[in-house]
Design a protein around this ligand. Structure first.
Ligand code: ADP
Ligand code: MG
Length: 252
């Protein structure tokens, strides 16, 4: 059974068919990429999966369960984490605090519940801190631990954004253009980390990416879209060779 199954997904904003009849499934342990020109509907698919918007049509199943009707924080609780194309961190907090806060912003803390289940909460807190330390080590953020986000170079903030998502201990991570704005060296690091996430943390990765060298290097399968609709699905080589995909990129 696939970890994520998206069936005939659609959302229309007024007259704009941002996503219009997209189906795909992502297998456990897979790295799956969505590519396509600007405005293709890639980020909107992430917004539908993480339930920023309800879909106009279609279903989303995760781990065998229909999650189409759930709320955003329930979805995070099930083990789906995401990054944003435009980094969304607390600029006036440290790297460590941003990584620690990830869990609360996702879970939607309930003070009364926390008091009633104090031992369990403490246990979760310990596990979460352990995971944050793992993330700091994996993403090589030790030197930045106490630094304020606002003063950090773009490339480091981009990595912390990935770390914030990883720190909640997801089964599935959605990465929206993890390499955008990064240097060749930084992009190579992102490729290594994606491999590590899969191998050492057992994660499944769904990413949107423009950098085809990264897509080719890390993805098992690729879905190409344009104007809200699917164009091709297959191996990176198959998809790039597809005439409709080439036409979409050339604008012909
Ligand atoms: P991509 O990530 O592939 O570049 P997006 O998913 O961000 O594209 O956007 C797809 C289309 O949907 C664009 O035409 C965009 O303007 C439109 N769109 C996305 N979100 C909204 C929204 N909240 N309201 C209106 N239109 C939107
Ligand atoms: Mg986008």
């Amino acid at each position: 059974m696939s970890l994520l199954q998206v069936e005939d997904l659609a959302i229309h904003f007024g007259g704009v068919k941002a996503v219009d009849g997209v189906s795909f499934s992502v297998e456990q342990g897979e790295v799956f990429a969505i590519i396509g020109p600007n405005g293709a509907g890639k980020s909107t698919i992430f917004n539908l999966i993480s339930r920023v918007y309800p879909p106009t049509r279609g279903t989303i199943r995760f781990d065998g369960r229909d999650i189409t009707g759930l709320k955003a924080h329930d979805i995070a609780g099930l083990g789906i984490a995401r990054t944003f194309q435009n980094i969304e961190l607390f600029d006036h907090s440290t790297v460590l605090d941003n990584l620690l806060m990830g869990r609360h912003t996702h879970r939607g803390t309930n003070f009364v519940q926390d008091i009633l289940f104090l031992p369990k909460v403490r246990q979760e807190e310990r596990e979460h801190r352990r995971r944050v330390e793992q993330v700091i080590e994996l993403l090589e953020l030790e030197a930045y631990r106490k630094k304020m986000i606002a003063g950090l170079p773009y490339g480091v903030r981009k990595v912390v954004e990935i770390g914030r998502a990883l720190a909640i201990g997801p089964k599935l991570i959605l990465l929206d253009e993890p390499a955008s704005g990064l240097s060749v060296e930084e992009t190579r690091d992102v490729a290594f980390w994606i491999e590590d996430m899969r191998r050492d943390m057992g994660l499944t990765v769904l990413m949107v990416e423009h950098d085809m060298s990264l897509v080719n290097q890390v993805s098992d399968r690729v879905l190409a879209m344009a104007n809200g609709q699917p164009l091709a699905l297959g191996s990176p080589a198959e998809v790039q060779a597809h005439p409709d995909v080439q036409a979409a990129y050339l604008g012909t």
